[in-house]
Design a protein around this ligand. Structure first.
Ligand code: AP5
Length: 217
């Protein structure tokens, strides 16, 4: 199964991916996580991406498309879920071309729908573990011990692009460049919309219901 997960910053893409990959044995490919890893390693790619990410702009397609093609090339036969990619029409077209060349296609596009004011509260309250990547929220998903990761006790950090100012740019970028992908994928009849302003368990149950059905048919 090859799945694309669409949604604004803070819609809950990363949160839902964790449950989806566990249930369907898919590889989770998050373009944001790969970029942050490249930055942490101080690679050339990471250095090039830094300014764009810190301002809430998109990293140029010529960097992203090659990076994600490499990651997708290593995916197991069971399939993958793409989180944060594609994010522009050009990225979507290049992805389709690459999959088509190997006789593959995207089976489902899951679109998490949410209002901008809801994601602002989520993003500014998000904290994550620099060691294991676990994600928390200062109100919605508190760790057992304040400020510390439940898994490894590491001190939780706030992403540098999770400020209100940068988020405002990320949301503009999302509405201008990424939201049009919903219409692009609608043409293939593969888009499934989910109301994301619900508790994570309810969103997850709706997604599982749809994916279970798709797996059986
Ligand atoms: P990326 O890392 O992809 O960030 P994003 O799309 O902005 O998504 P987020 O990770 O912020 O949100 P999410 O939807 O995963 O939410 P989460 O589950 O964590 O991209 C970062 C940057 O990298 C981009 O700005 C760009 O510069 C660059 N980039 C990446 N991909 C690119 C591409 N393809 N092309 C060009 N540039 C690219 O949840 C958020 C918070 O809410 C958490 O605290 C969570 O606990 C909480 N939460 C989640 N679900 C719920 C719920 N149902 N109810 C209450 N709280 C919830």
């Amino acid at each position: 199964m090859k799945v694309v997960l669409l949604g604004a910053p803070g819609a809950g893409k990363g949160t839902q991916c964790k449950s989806i990959v566990a249930r369907y044995d898919l590889l989770h490919l998050s373009s944001g996580d790969i970029l942050r890893q490249e930055r942490a390693e101080g690679s050339e790619l990471g250095k090039k991406a830094q300014t764009y990410m810190d301002s809430g702009a998109l990293v140029p397609d010529e960097i992203i498309i090659g990076m994600m093609a490499k990651a997708i090339g290593k995916a197991p036969a069971a399939g993958f879920i793409l989180d944060g990619f594609p994010r522009t029409l050009n990225q979507a077209i290049e992805l389709d071309k690459a999959l088509d060349a190997s006789g593959q296609k995207i089976d489902a596009v899951l679109n998490l729908e949410i209002d901008d004011d809801v994601v602002t509260k989520r993003i500014t309250g998000r904290r994550s573990c620099p060691e294991c990547g676990a994600v928390y929220h200062i109100e919605n998903l508190k760790p057992k011990n304040e400020g510390l990761c439940d898994n490894d006790g590491a001190e939780l950090v706030q992403r540098s692009d999770d400020t209100e100012e940068v988020l405002a740019n990320r949301l503009i970028t999302y509405h201008q460049q990424t939201e049009p992908l919903v219409d692009y994928y609608k043409k293939n009849g593969t888009v499934y919309n989910f109301e994301a302003d619900r508790n994570p368990e309810d969103v997850r149950a709706s997604i599982f219901e749809k994916l279970d059905f798709l797996v059986k048919t």
